[in-house]
Design a protein around this ligand. Sequence first.
Ligand SMILES: Cc1cc2nc3c(=O)[nH]c(=O)nc-3n(C[C@H](O)[C@H](O)[C@H](O)COP(=O)(O)O)c2cc1C
Length: 311
Amino acid sequence: MKSNSGEVIGWENIELISDRPLETMLEDFVRLKREYPDHILIASIMEEYNKESWIKLVDMCEQAGVDGFEINFSCPHGMPERKMGMAMGQDCELLAEVTEWVCDHARIPVWSKMTPNITDITMPSRVCLQAGSDGIAAINTIQSISAVDLDTLRPQPCVEGMTTYGGYSSTAVKPIALARVASIAGLIRDEYPGQGKSLSGIGGINTGYDAAEFILLGADTVQICSGVMMHGYGMVGECRSQLSEFMGRHGFTSLADFKGMSLPYITTHTELVRLQREAIEEKKKAKVGLGNDDAWSGDDFVKQSDSMVSN
Ligand SMILES: Cc1cc2nc3c(=O)[nH]c(=O)nc-3n(C[C@H](O)[C@H](O)[C@H](O)COP(=O)(O)O)c2cc1C
């Protein structure tokens, strides 16, 4: 999806999991660790509902030298008919069982990757943390149909006249991802204080400033997928510079200095109404701004609404 100025703002994919054989991936893992021994390599793993298969996969990846696992409980088109990916991540009983299989067996840290295609993302996150997951990664793509062609009447993208539900990513999903990350960060803060559970923020990150927003809402690390596909690996260096610039501007010397700093500023709608009523009362006393809703006028709409929300 493009904006009017031609910039890509949203991206739908209908990719299945990779068709590269597992053996090729394992060879890649070995080679990567040999060439970059000091870098962290995390294997994203997905399997069917079968304990032996998961354990075998964990063993093979560990033998190849990976440093951590991310369990893909979230791909929206990762063979739901075989209960894989999102189909597993939407079922809290399956999630608990499979997370326990992996976490009990793995000797390295495990993150569970959440789907946003669920009413309350804290429910599966909590299940995974309870079952032993060291952390949560969020979000995977948002289930989508990118458009309907008004000439052919076919939903897009069209493959031999048909489509399937895809996964939406990139800039357009960032506000949704930020909200999901904030709610998981709140869960970790409130229910797992001081227990080292970590959170990896994903969704629509294109710059180091986007990354800073995720960290401010409680992410420990961030991931970029569509951005790198669109702009190339060079963007990672740019993101690092932008993040450093942001940190320098605020005098932060480590990520810990600002991780979660914006989280306390999220409250309920009821509380916003109460705060605003209080602020209006204060303004009334000072005889500036709006006294009440009746004081709104059509001409000054933008100025007046700005005065209520920009502070
Ligand atoms: C083409 C494509 C393929 C993807 N494949 C996977 C995958 O195999 N496993 C997975 O966990 N997530 C996969 N994702 C989801 C991304 O890792 C990421 O969670 C999501 O796209 C949101 O981040 P982004 O806006 O930076 O792309 C894929 C995304 C895209 C666009």
